[in-house]
Design a binder for this molecule. Structure first.
Ligand code: UDX
Ligand code: UDX
Length: 454
């Protein structure tokens, strides 16, 4: 069998590498219009950082895993085509800022149609509005020829930083297909691919629309948990309750569960905001105003949490950060990734620059992306890979990303070289606050009472 994936991004690349690893008899090809990205996949420095990915790619590259920019030829040769091109939020016209921009998606559908001389199973890997498969099917059927296309939905639930682990051992694989003979055959073919390594009972099948909606729903529920605990973090700060204690107490209720209850400076990543806005837009389209407003609040709370963080910094630093050096520890939207898409650090850095602070950004993997995100700010922002150098002469450190490396720094050494009073704003509640306070820092966690010498 020949499997093709169109789109060699964070989703397409790792997913196809895992299929190639687990299915040695299948030839897997990944194509992308971005030639630099394809070249990077074939080199020793992959286009994305993901623990364990390099090893998987190295094991399969040139054996049964191939990367190419020749999209047309690859389509012609494929039996099953995963589509994993990006579906960003629309920036223009109707639904701007909320609806999914499906232009790459439709273009890809037409390209598949134009280059297919044999029947294909087309698998939606990208996250899409519910009922997109119907549009795709209509485009594919518009050729009027003998070639048959069957569209499946197979959303990806991997999280960045743990992509290889998630792919290797998924909680579940979801495959949506049509309830027709051809639909059932296509579903069975895809189930067989995953069954190479995923236990059958964890491979769920459903109708196409449920599958499409489940992806949006999963991300909305996860983000909602973060917004819920972040909402409570504000109340904790006002009442001397401790959000970590609250998380632990509610998380031990097996009905609630302990995961995704870490209060933070806010959620980021390419999916949560985009998918919720997409869900909101979809609800509005169907006239479900109250449902739309309910989910919109998850995003609004996330914006509020970031703005609140900066407001708190300002008030703790005598209502001015003008001219003060502030070191941001971490810029990625979470640890173990170089990805900065929708990272709360972007909004926070911009607001601090607006307040005329001298912002210095440090991150073990994300500095290159940070420079792109903030390029319009020019030299109003500095970038420094060494956290000790970043904090030198600073009035404050703000932890943006929970990288493990920040927990093991020599904070006495850092404190000694900072301006006084030295403040530490822990946007992830990752560090030992009592120890930092002991050294001399004023420590401000999320949803915690301030530890202040002032
Ligand atoms: C993307 C979407 O953002 C996400 O919603 C979806 O679930 C999966 O696809 P990701 O893999 O993180 O996620 O996106 P990205 O890293 O931007 O990769 C998409 C790739 O598709 C890019 O490399 C881009 O060059 C490529 N692409 C885009 C094409 O090959 N052809 C196109 O027409 C458009
Ligand atoms: C998410 C989904 O988890 C994944 O299933 C989907 O396929 C893509 O979107 P990802 O964006 O890679 O994955 O990261 P995730 O681990 O879900 O974290 C998202 C954001 O929430 C991060 O900024 C993270 O720091 C934040 N978060 C997460 C919290 O602030 N608190 C938590 O308790 C958990």
């Amino acid at each position: 069998m020949n499997i093709l994936c169109i789109g060699a991004g964070y989703v397409g690349g790792p997913t196809m590498a895992m299929i190639a690893l687990k299915c040695p008899e299948v030839k897997v090809t990944v194509v992308d219009i971005n030639a630099a990205r394809i070249a990077a996949w074939q080199s020793d420095s992959l286009p994305i950082y993901e623990p364990g990915l390099q090893e998987v790619v190295r094991a399969c590259l040139g054996r049964n895993l191939f990367f190419s920019t020749d999209v047309d030829a690859a389509i012609a040769a494929a039996d099953m085509i995963f589509v994993s091109v990006n579906t960003p939020t629309k920036t223009f016209g109707q639904g701007a800022g909320r609806a999914a921009d499906l232009q790459y998606w439709e273009k890809t559908a037409r390209q598949i149609l134009a280059n297919s001389k044999t029947d294909k199973i087309v698998v939606e890997k990208s996250t899409l509005p519910v009922r997109t498969a119907a549009a795709m099917q209509r485009i594919l059927d518009s050729g009027g020829g003998d070639v048959k296309f069957e569209v499946l939905s197979n959303p990806e639930f991997l999280a960045e930083g743990t992509a290889i682990k998630d792919l290797q051992n998924p909680d579940r694989v979801l495959i949506g297909g049509h309830d027709t003979d051809a639909g059932r055959r296509a579903v069975a073919a895809l189930v067989d691919v995953y069954a190479h390594w995923v236990p059958r009972e964890r491979i769920l099948t459903s109708n196409v629309w449920s599958s499409e909606l489940s992806k949006l729903a999963a991300n909305a529920f996860l983000a909602q948990r973060v917004s819920s605990i972040n909402a409570l973090s504000a109340l904790c700060e006002a009442t001397e309750a401790d959000v970590c204690e609250v998380s632990r107490a509610i998380g031990m209720d097996s009905r609630i569960g302990a995961k995704f209850l870490n209060a933070s400076v806010g959620f980021g990543g390419s999916c949560f905001k985009k998918d919720i806005l997409n869900l909101v837009y979809l609800c509005e389209t169907y006239g479900l105003t109250e449902v739309a407003a309910y989910w919109q609040q998850v995003v609004s709370m996330n914006d509020y949490q970031q703005d609140r963080f900066v407001r708190n910094m300002l008030s703790r630093m005598f209502n001015t950060v003008s001219g003060k050096r502030i070191a941001l520890f971490g810029f990625a939207f979470k640890k173990d990734t170089g990805d900065t898409r929708e990272s709360p650090a972007i909004r926070i850095a911009r607001q601090l620059v607006e307040e005329r602070a001298q912002v210095v950004i440090s991150d073990p993997k994300a500095l290159a992306n940070a420079k792109v995100d903030l390029r319009d700010l020019g030299d109003r922002v500095q970038y420094e890979s060494d956290p000790y150098a970043a904090a030198e002469g600073a009035h404050a450190i703000a932890l943006m990303t929970e990288w493990d490396c920040y927990a093991t720094l020599d904070y006495q050494r850092i404190y000694d070289r900072m301006m006084k009073p030295a403040s530490f704003f822990d946007g992830r509640n990752r560090l030992d606050h009592a120890a930092l306070y002991q050294i001399g820092f004023n420590v401000y966690g999320i949803g915690k009472t301030a530890l202040s010498h002032l």
